[in-house]
Every structure is written in structure tokens, then in C-alpha cells.
Design a protein around this ligand. Structure first.
Ligand SMILES: N[C@@H](CCC(=O)N[C@@H](CS)C(=O)NCC(=O)O)C(=O)O
Length: 213
């Protein structure tokens, strides 16, 4: 059976679990904390990051690569568009949201959620304000400009929709909500993605793991 190394709460682990659930592929989660520098784990993922997916002889250590592998190996139901230009856009969205925008969401999450909880330190509110007031608005303006008035980014729910929303799920754990008056399409997409059955069930597990339920 496929193994996923990681923990609930990571936006990258979330992508992989949603993809597996969406495609109804059985898997087990092997609990693995990020930043642990666990020597055994570094043997299968030298970066020490989560997730890592192990499928028989195959070991992959990056959520984007994992999701693309799952899409090729288990194409139905699809989580990426087949049209070449749309697929390229989906990959661009995944890079942007899993890279820079995810770092911004993680910044808020780390300062306001992890720092007090795990390290008993006060959050750096100056840093958080800079993210919320200066860095996120141009990103949200861009995301807002990409969302159609109806349906999901490519019609049906796909990985790109989860990538748009995921950094803001983590930021919301730390009390940040996207302002629906300024970015109405984005605020609505967040609600609709969170309401997808497979996303909902992974988020329920996250809430338990993060002590919210
Ligand atoms: N590009 C990687 C990023 C994974 C990542 O940064 N995961 C975080 C947890 S949310 C991590 O393991 N951080 C530990 C570290 O940076 O050492 C992916 O998409 O899987």
C-alpha cells in the first residue's frame, strides 16, 4: 500500500492526501514531523521535508511531483486539465501558490500559531503585519483576477483550486481571513474548496491533529 510520510496541517501533505482520496487510492500515513532532522527519514528524503510518498520501489519527496505522478498513474478522476495550455497554467498556479504565497501563509501560521504553541514565544507581529498589509494584497489581487465568476478555475474542482486556497487555510488557523469585500471571488473559492468532500475530510483530520476539535 502507498505510504505518505508527513503530518496533518502541512499544506503540502494536504495536497497529496486530497489527491489520494479524490482518486480513491488506499494509503497509510506514516507520522513524520518536519524540521526533525530524523536521520532515518533523511535517507528517503534528503531535504527532510514532508510529504514523501512511497509506492513500492518508487520514493518521491515533493508534493507537486507526487501529485503529477498520481495523475499519470491514476488519471481518473482528473485533478489536472488535459488541454496543454490549461495544464501549463495549472502547473504555474501550483508553483506560485506552493512557493511564494505558501511562504506568506506559513509566515502567519508560524508566527501566530506555531511560535506560541510549540516554542512558547510571542509572535513577531511586525512581520505578520508586513505580510498581511504589504506582501499578500498584490498576490490576492492576482489570484482574484484569475478566478472565473462561476465554477472552479478549470470548470470542475482540480488541484489548482486547492493550491489557490491552501495557504489561506493555514493562515486562517492563525486568525487571518481573506477580506471578502476586497477579494470576493477568492473568499468564495475558499469556502467552495473547503466544502469539497475530500478536502472537508482531510481538514477534519487536521483540526483533530492541531487540537481544534
Ligand atoms: N516543495 C515541497 C515543500 C515541502 C515543505 O516545505 N514542507 C514543509 C512542511 S509544510 C517542511 O517539511 N518543512 C521542513 C523544512 O523545510 O525543513 C513540496 O511541495 O512538497
Amino acid at each position: 500500500m502507498i505510504k505518505v510520510y508527513g503530518v496533518h496541517g502541512s499544506p503540502f501533505v494536504r495536497k497529496v492526501l486530497v489527491a489520494l482520496d479524490y482518486k480513491a487510492i488506499p494509503y497509510e500515513i506514516v507520522p513524520q514531523m518536519p524540521f526533525s532532522r530524523d536521520q532515518e527519514y533523511l535517507k528517503i528524503n534528503p531535504l527532510g521535508k514532508v510529504p514523501t510518498l512511497v509506492d513500492g520501489e518508487l520514493t518521491l519527496g515533493d508534493s507537486k511531483v507526487i501529485c503529477q505522478y498520481l495523475e499519470s498513474a491514476y488519471p481518473d478522476p482528473a485533478l489536472y486539465p488535459t488541454d496543454i495550455a490549461q495544464k501549463a497554467m495549472a502547473h504555474w498556479y501550483e508553483d506560485l501558490c506552493g512557493g511564494y504565497i505558501s511562504e506568506l501563509g506559513a509566515g502567519i501560521f508560524f508566527q501566530r500559531f506555531m511560535r506560541p504553541l510549540a516554542f512558547k514565544q510571542d509572535p513577531d507581529e511586525e512581520l505578520v503585519s508586513k505580510i498581511i498589509e504589504k506582501k499578500l494584497p498584490p498576490m490576492l489581487d492576482y489570484l482574484e483576477s484569475q478566478i472565473p465568476a462561476h465554477g472552479f478555475l478549470f470548470g470542475e474542482f482540480m488541484m489548482a483550486d486547492l493550491c489557490f486556497v491552501s495557504p489561506f487555510i493555514n493562515a486562517a488557523y492563525a486568525g487571518y481571513e481573506v477580506d471578502a469585500a476586497t477579494w470576493p471571488l477568492m473568499a468564495d473559492l475558499i469556502l467552495r474548496v473547503k466544502d469539497q468532500a475530500q478536502v472537508k475530510s482531510v481538514l477534519e483530520e487536521e483540526a483533530k491533529a492541531l487540537g481544534m476539535r
